[in-house]
Design a protein. Structure first.
Length: 181
């Protein structure tokens, strides 16, 4: 793409792509399935399933989570001092669905493990997850109908689990496995 097209002085005018068309196109992108957790200002564990997540920076180590402004856990996550991104693996489909379900049932029967931060700072960590990233809130950014929660990764906990991850692809779960040559 020419730099003239990307110039800040260039004026570009276009109609937005219809939401249904954009949603269908995005369904073709495989995305990791995570459960993002925190404690709210009352000390209650809160969490949700998220697939709009990504590493952002290596120095400092930053990770981002995109949160729908309309979700019931939005305010708790965006105001929490820390949060945990729990990466789901094959076999965690039920857990991912539970955290996408009714808010009051999300932690029912879920085993938690101690996070790396002192009590009062740590976020709930799901014992049955392939990888846990404990983050301190770094920045909260407007992203249209979503909020981009950026966390500074301060601890990484990897469980000895089979290779691969749980993905959301074509509006269904899929499993990622390393390609064999």
């Amino acid at each position: 793409m020419s730099s003239a097209l990307l110039s800040s002085t260039a004026t570009v005018s276009a109609d937005d792509v219809p939401a249904a068309e954009f949603r269908a196109a995005m369904a073709t992108l495989a995305a990791p399935v995570t459960v993002v957790t925190c404690y709210d200002d009352q000390g209650v564990a809160r969490g949700l399933t998220a697939s709009a997540v990504s590493s952002l920076s290596m120095d400092p180590p930053l990770f981002l989570v995109c949160l729908d402004r309309g979700c019931r856990t939005h305010d708790a996550l965006t105001s929490a001092a820390s949060f945990c991104v729990n990466l789901m693996g094959p076999g965690n489909e039920g857990l991912a669905l539970q955290f996408a379900g009714p808010t009051e049932q999300r932690f029912s029967g879920v085993e938690l493990t101690q996070g790396p931060l002192p009590e009062g700072w740590s976020a709930p960590s799901l014992a049955d997850s392939a990888l846990r990233l404990t983050c301190l809130r770094h920045e909260v950014v407007d992203g249209g109908d979503h909020t981009i929660l950026i966390g500074r990764v301060i601890a990484i906990d990897t469980e000895a689990r089979p290779a691969g991850g749980l993905l959301w692809h074509e509006r269904n779960f899929a499993h990622a496995r390393p390609a064999r040559p």
